[in-house]
Write a protein that binds this ligand. Structure first.
Ligand code: NOJ
Length: 579
């Protein structure tokens, strides 16, 4: 009897809870755990090395679980941890049911997952199935003879038919996506490196293999998938000629082709709908319609889009805040009524957030990092936050190609060199934009190798670890790290930051980004100064009663509000509750 009563009470509570933000017929406002999640992305190779081989590993992450918990994040996304020869640091998988030797064992994975779950943190698996490694058993079989049963797991062009129609490769030294294979006198397709042959999604057997792999991990208890490069998975296998110069807009020709939506719907039916897992696409296709078709609730494909347009704004010569506002406002309004979006300013394919979007010079590094973090955590959409940014880690700015590890950066250098290009200018540009800037070891302390490894790190440690490191920031109540924790808590305490309507204010202001988040009778105001000078915004409403919830300066701003204007110090971030 008592049990029944408890049961009824908890169902009523659940219903009441579920009602919030969902009274109207708006799919965006339907409450879901993955919309309320705060994702922390860990680059496993660079996070923490437990066995002294210079490479981060699962035991290293396990040793830092309490740190991860202390951040307040609710979900962890790990870049690929499957067996791999590491041509592209794990994005070339040789066995989808095993753990990369450098990273540990399946037992380590099981304890990592358990450790996360015990701390109330969910786990996102990177699913790399546009391509495999050429060292995967499927490819070894497929390339052994033309009539091997695995042949159709990949894309081939018989050499007796002449040269295949040109396809651009992102990582190939010649930009050529067809690689000749003498054993079977044919070419195989690789949109990425030669060691990453594209899988043939047009083959139903291959698709079933992938669904089985997904079930294997879902049965282990993973809580979500991030679909690597999946927009490229479907191909037009009549291999039409593409117009000359197509590679400048290759995505238009590669993304969302053929029956991609059919495959996603099939994946949803076969796997995603059977588990309580979330799914995030890499990219959004070519149009807003593509994005909707991939993530709107009634499509039964994926849960959220991951638009690159935001991270693409930052350029070595700077960027315009007006453009930044326009892009993020567009993605918010796109999904105002249906679908959902990931919000991020960095990941393992980008250089450091503070270097690209903020200002990593000494006076402004902390303030601008915190300001950008405030932005990510106060937008509608699920925040994806990249490890190390919570410390304000910066670009290392390598000055020679030998320091780089990334297959893309190295092969493109070779391409530039082979084609008589300016390698000095190339290296200068890469110091700003190469993804290796975001892959240097996590800076734990000011001890040897930043406390990342007892061995020789696989990639150089940023020498600024003596100043920028977790141990030092832990002790300082005003550190970037402790500010990060506050902003995360603010998001968790205010559901309006997840679901509330976003309204851009003072749109034409080139220095200040101001917006409100509003819903269920609550209204928050966010004002962010993206510049090194004191700046004022007129937000066009009386805010004299505003209550300050958060700011990133040690001392609260005084007299900075008049009836409708707010004046901010350089890179100041302010969040108010409005009454
Ligand atoms: C996108 C991943 O984020 C990137 O790191 C990788 O190199 C390519 N896909 C190929 O898998």
């Amino acid at each position: 009897m008592k049990k029944n009563l408890l049961c009824i009470i908890s169902i009523v509570c659940l219903l009441l809870n579920a009602k919030t933000y969902a009274q109207n017929n708006n799919d965006t406002l339907q409450r879901k755990w993955w919309k309320e999640a705060i994702v922390y992305q860990i680059y496993p190779r660079s996070f923490k090395d437990a066995d002294g081989d210079g490479i981060g590993d699962l035991k290293g992450i396990i040793s830092k679980l309490d740190y991860i918990k202390s951040l307040g994040v609710t979900m962890v996304w790990l870049n690929p941890i499957y067996s791999s020869p590491n041509d592209d640091n794990g994005y070339d998988v040789s066995d989808y049911r095993n753990i990369m030797k450098d990273f540990g064992t399946m037992a380590d994975f099981d304890s990592l997952l358990k450790g996360l779950h015990e701390r109330g943190i969910k786990f996102v698996m990177d699913l790399v199935v546009n391509h495999s490694s050429d060292e995967h058993e499927w490819f070894k079989q497929a390339s052994s003879s033309r009539d091997n049963p695995y042949r159709e797991y990949y894309h081939w062009w018989n050499a007796e038919d002449g040269k295949p129609p040109y396809r651009y490769s992102l990582f190939d030294v010649n930009h050529d996506a067809w690689k000749y294979d003498s054993t079977t006198n044919s070419y195989y397709l690789h949109y990425f490196s030669r060691k990453q042959p594209d899988l043939n999604w047009e083959n139903p057997k291959l698709r079933q293999e992938v669904y089985d792999i997904m079930k294997f991990w879902a049965d282990k208890g993973v809580d979500g998938y991030r679909l690597d490069a999946f927009g490229f998975a479907a191909k037009d296998t009549t291999w039409p000629q593409f117009p000359k110069g197509f590679e400048k807009h290759f995505s238009l020709y590669y993304s969302m082709q053929g029956n991609l939506h059919g495959y996603l719907q099939e994946m949803n039916k076969e796997v995603l709908s059977k588990y309580d897992v979330m799914s995030v696409a890499e990219g959004t296709g070519n149009t807003l319609e593509d994005a909707h078709n991939m993530v709107d609730a009634n499509r039964h494909e994926l849960n959220m889009a991951y638009p690159f347009e935001g991270v693409d704004i930052a350029k070595p010569e700077g960027y315009s805040l007006l453009h930044f506002k326009e892009v993020f406002s567009k993605w918010d309004s796109t999904f105002e009524h249906d679908g959902w979006v990931a919000v991020f300013l960095a990941n393992h394919d980008q250089a450091r957030m503070v270097t690209r979007f903020g200002n990593d010079s000494a006076p402004y590094r902390a303030l601008s990092s915190e300001m950008l973090t405030t932005f990510i955590m106060t937008m509608r959409g699920t925040p994806f936050y990249y490890n190390g940014d919570e410390l304000g880690m910066t670009n290392i700015r390598f000055s020679k190609i030998e320091d780089y590890n990334d297959v893309g950066t190295r092969n493109e250098y070779q391409y530039v060199k082979n084609n008589g290009g300016d390698t000095t200018a190339y290296i200068q540009r890469k110091a700003f934009e190469s993804r290796d800037n975001g892959r240097t070891p996590f800076q734990w302390s000011n001890t040897n190798n930043a406390g990342f490894t007892a061995g020789k790190p696989w990639i150089k440690v940023n020498p600024n670890y003596t100043i920028i490191n977790e141990a030092a920031e832990e002790k300082d109540p005003n550190s970037i790290l402790n500010y990060f924790r506050k902003v995360v808590q603010l998001r968790k305490d205010n559901l309006v930051l997840v679901y509330g309507k976003y309204t851009l204010l003072d749109k034409g202001n080139p220095k200040v980004y101001a917006y409100t988040r509003e819903g269920e009778g609550e209204k928050l105001l966010v004002v962010l100064n993206f510049s090194t000078t004191s700046s004022t915004t007129d937000i066009g409403m009386n805010i004299s009663n505003a209550k300050l919830l958060l700011n990133n300066y040690k001392d609260a701003p005084s007299n900075n509000i008049t009836a409708s204007t707010v004046t901010l110090r350089p890179y100041e971030a302010l969040v108010y509750k409005l009454y």
